[in-house]
Design a protein around this ligand. Structure first.
Ligand SMILES: [Zn+2]
Length: 217
């Protein structure tokens, strides 16, 4: 699976362009990165359109570019059914737009529940994994040895915040446990560096950190 990482600038989350037969985007970053990201996507896609724009969760630093990219590059916007309504409604509070000082434009979203496979063509697919904790409708994507982890876990044992609206510590621990049980090689988180190579130990470290916080926090 060919993955182009467009590293988030400022508050903007990372964007991953999965260059499959049916290209898809995982997260979209946010202004002021949109113009820069669009240039990179333009070069990678080289005239092709996106099949889907998958959003790992509702926060504006991940979804703020979705509408602009859909209009420019095509693709259906997909999100978990719990995090989809604030995106469809343009809920400024729940998407963190108010907190970040931005504005979220309502967008059309097809709802996912977790467990489904998103077909990328050529025998490749991404499995949707519901991983609540950072938000109640957070999800990760797993396919061809790659885990796209949104804001659930990060490289080097990092973990997502659970103190924002709909965040939940116990759910985050359970989600990290679920991920630590899965098989993958590479980790592509929503912020910070990706891990190319044996990435499982990074997620196991995230789980240990979370449990430690529970004991002493
Ligand atoms: Zn987030």
């Amino acid at each position: 699976m060919m993955v182009h990482a467009i590293v988030g600038r400022g508050f903007s989350g990372n964007i991953f362009l999965v260059d499959a037969e049916k290209p898809c985007l995982i997260d979209t970053g946010w202004s002021p990165s949109i113009a820069y990201s669009a240039r990179t996507m333009n070069e990678c896609l080289n005239g092709r359109t996106l099949s889907s724009i998958i959003l790992t969760h509702r926060h504006i630093d991940h979804v703020g570019g979705a509408l602009a990219f859909m209009e420019r590059f095509g693709g259906e916007i997909l999100a978990h059914e719990i995090d989809a309504p604030p995106l469809i409604d343009g809920d400024q509070e729940s998407t963190g737009a108010v907190m970040f000082g931005g504005e979220l434009f309502p967008m059309p979203v097809r709802k996912l529940v977790g467990g489904e496979d998103i077909d990328l063509g050529g025998g490749e697919a991404l499995r949707v994994i519901h991983t609540p904790g950072h938000t109640s409708g957070s999800m990760c994507l797993l396919g061809q040895g790659c885990l796209f982890s949104g804001d659930t876990v990060f490289a080097d044992g990092g973990v997502g915040r659970w103190d924002l609206e709909t965040g939940n510590y116990e759910e985050l621990v359970a989600s990290a446990e679920k991920l630590a049980d899965m098989e993958f090689e590479n980790l592509y988180p929503g912020h910070g560096p990706s891990v190319i190579g044996p990435a499982k130990e990074h997620v196991e470290m995230s789980l240990r950190h979370l449990k430690m916080i529970g004991r002493f926090g």
